[in-house]
Design a protein around this ligand. Structure first.
Ligand code: ADP
Ligand code: MG
Length: 341
């Protein structure tokens, strides 16, 4: 929304509030939106997308709407030398990961972006990374806000699930099995490597940090099988603890059952930080619980997934999370990332 100092209200994008680019092209806020963020819809339920005060959506009967929002701040969530296409991709990926955790089918996103200046090459790359992932999951970008200031990207994403089938954190019960998808700790190690110049040149871990793959398909398939689910964004222990608290149960897990990449395994052995992978964060894997009677179905399902799925423990009647490593209790200093701790 333009302010007094940015007085252009012309939604055609060609008047006073203009920015120039290398090619001499002059675009207003609305010109930028039209050029980089306005694309054709992929859903017949979209009545109005970019270009009005609100987006208007038809929701099918018997479906529930699930919504989530996440902000990425330069210097907090990504470094100033991030590749813009990776940033666009990751900004959407973290929101799709929340939808995956709830078993939602992604549909729509809105984007609030704050830019220090207009850099057309940057915007071209950012939007191409964003739309690359949006295309994979048929997500329409249906609106947003574009402002000037320190670089910040906020994406709100929404999806649908049949009535009553959304996966929540509060359904874990004593005896349920605890699983985690994929390999955790890779993104955390890539971050450590960047911050401390550790020279971990394993391209896979850097890809895991820069372009996490939201486990959307797994989330959909876990509907009606999992009793609780969460995506691992702040560290496995911290996020599993959210399931335990919501469900008012305890759990025991065995770290040797986790599938870890060679790089993370070596880093843990080298530093003696055996809790590194489970506290590192930025994994965007799913941690879920399953009643024992569904174990065979999970085994069958997970064999089709292009990533591992590890059975790491079980829910118990205690009120704590017990962490074992090869049968020995492991003392944990902190469970994961928090902004205000
Ligand atoms: P309003 O003043 O009603 O909030 P704006 O004038 O800020 O709307 O934006 C004009 C239109 O462009 C709206 O439909 C808005 O949702 C959309 N829009 C603004 N920024 C973006 C963006 N970064 N990506 C996609 N759509 C955007
Ligand atoms: Mg308005």
């Amino acid at each position: 929304m333009p302010t007094d100092t940015q007085p252009n209200n012309d939604k055609t994008g060609v008047t006073t509030n203009t920015e120039s680019c290398g090619s001499g092209l002059q675009l207003s806020e609305f010109g930028l939106i039209g050029r980089y963020f306005n694309r054709a819809s992929q859903h017949k339920g979209l009545i109005k997308g970019v270009g009005d005060d609100c987006a208007v959506i038809n929701i099918e009967p018997h479906m529930q709407l699930l919504m989530t929002v996440d902000t990425l701040v330069e210097g907090v969530h990504f470094s100033p030398d991030v590749q813009p296409d990776d940033l666009g991709y990751k900004a959407l990926a973290v929101s799709l990961s929340d939808l995956a955790a709830c078993g939602a089918e992604p549909r729509y996103a809105t984007l609030a972006i704050t830019l220090p200046q207009v850099d057309h090459d940057w915007l071209q790359m950012f939007s191409s990374g964003l739309f690359e992932l949006a295309g994979q999951y048929n997500v329409d970008l249906i609106g947003g806000d574009t402002t000037r200031g320190p670089l910040t990207v906020t994406i709100q994403a929404s999806g649908v699930a049949p009535h009553g089938q959304a996966l929540l954190r509060n359904g874990a019960r004593e005896g349920d099995l605890i699983y985690v998808t994929g390999q955790i700790g890779d993104a955390g190690l890539a971050l450590q490597s960047n911050l401390n110049q550790l020279n971990y040149n394993d391209v896979t871990i850097h890809k895991r940090l820069n372009r996490p793959e939201p486990r959307v398909q797994a989330g959909l398939e876990l509907r009606q099988l999992a009793s609780a689910c969460i995506d691992v964004s702040d560290g496995l222990l911290a996020d599993l603890a959210h399931i335990l608290k919501s469900s008012q149960v305890g759990a025991g897990i065995e770290l040797s059952r986790l599938d870890l990449s060679e790089s993370v395994r070596r880093y843990q052995e080298h530093t003696g930080r055996l809790d590194f992978a489970v506290t590192a964060g930025d994994d965007y894997e799913l941690c879920f619980t399953v009643p024992p009677e569904h174990q065979n179905e999970i085994d069958k399902l997970s064999r089709q997934w292009p990533f591992h799925c590890s059975l790491i423990g079980a829910i118990d009647h205690s009120d704590t999370l017990t962490v074992l490593n090869n049968g020995d209790p492991l003392e944990i200093r902190h469970q994961g990332f928090q902004h205000f701790s």
